[in-house]
Structure formats: structure tokens, C-alpha cells
Design a protein around this ligand. Structure first.
Ligand SMILES: [Zn+2]
Length: 108
């Protein structure tokens, strides 16, 4: 994949993630209100909060990874593994445009 194509895909992913994070933040803000609910409802709400917190953390981690990949593309090392320095297989970059590691060094 062309570095510019990859950059465009990463930027689209990044925009999507930012939108998701905004939704999570809106949810988290709403949940700080209204304390006059019955216990069952409150318990459900706490559970939802935990799920949203988890999704929020995940989205922020993905965002960090995308930013890292974009920074490496800008530095002209976008197709190099950050661990061993070998070229990352083009097919891998198509499947995982945010990756910064070759298949041998990958932890996912
Ligand atoms: Zn490697």
C-alpha cells in the first residue's frame, strides 16, 4: 500500500475514534447526574459505566497507536518494524494500517 493511502486510512480511523471518544465522554457526563433511582437501575448503570470506561480506554489506546504509526510514516519509517527494523510485509500494513511492528515482533 502506498504511504499516502495508508495515511488517509489512518486519518479516517482517527476521526472515527475521536467521534467514539466524544460519545463515551457524553455518556460519562450524563451518568454523574440523577441519584434518585432504585437500586436495580443504579446497579445496571454502574455496569454500563464500567463497559463505557473500558471502551473509552481501548479507543484511547487505539488512538495512541494510530498517532504513533502516523508519526513513523511522516518520518519515512512507516513500513519499518519499530523493534527489529525489518520491512513490515505490505499485506500486513493493508490488514492493520496502524501497526508499527512486523509479524515476528507483533504482540497482538
Ligand atoms: Zn520486527
Amino acid at each position: 500500500m502506498d504511504a499516502n493511502d495508508r495515511k488517509a486510512r489512518l486519518e479516517a480511523l482517527r476521526a472515527e475514534l475521536l467521534e467514539r471518544i466524544q460519545l463515551y465522554e457524553a455518556h460519562q457526563r450524563r451518568m454523574t447526574g440523577a441519584l434518585d433511582k432504585d437500586m436495580e437501575e443504579q446497579a445496571q448503570e454502574i455496569e454500563n459505566d464500567e463497559v463505557v470506561d473500558l471502551l473509552d480506554d481501548e479507543a484511547r489506546e487505539e488512538l495512541d497507536q494510530i498517532d504513533k504509526a502516523l508519526a513513523r510514516i511522516t518520518a519515512n519509517v512507516g513500513d519499518r518494524c519499530e523493534i527489529c527494523g525489518e520491512t513490515i510485509a505490505p499485506g500486513r500494513l493493508v490488514a492493520l494500517p496502524y501497526t508499527t511492528r512486523c509479524v515476528d515482533c507483533a504482540i497482538e
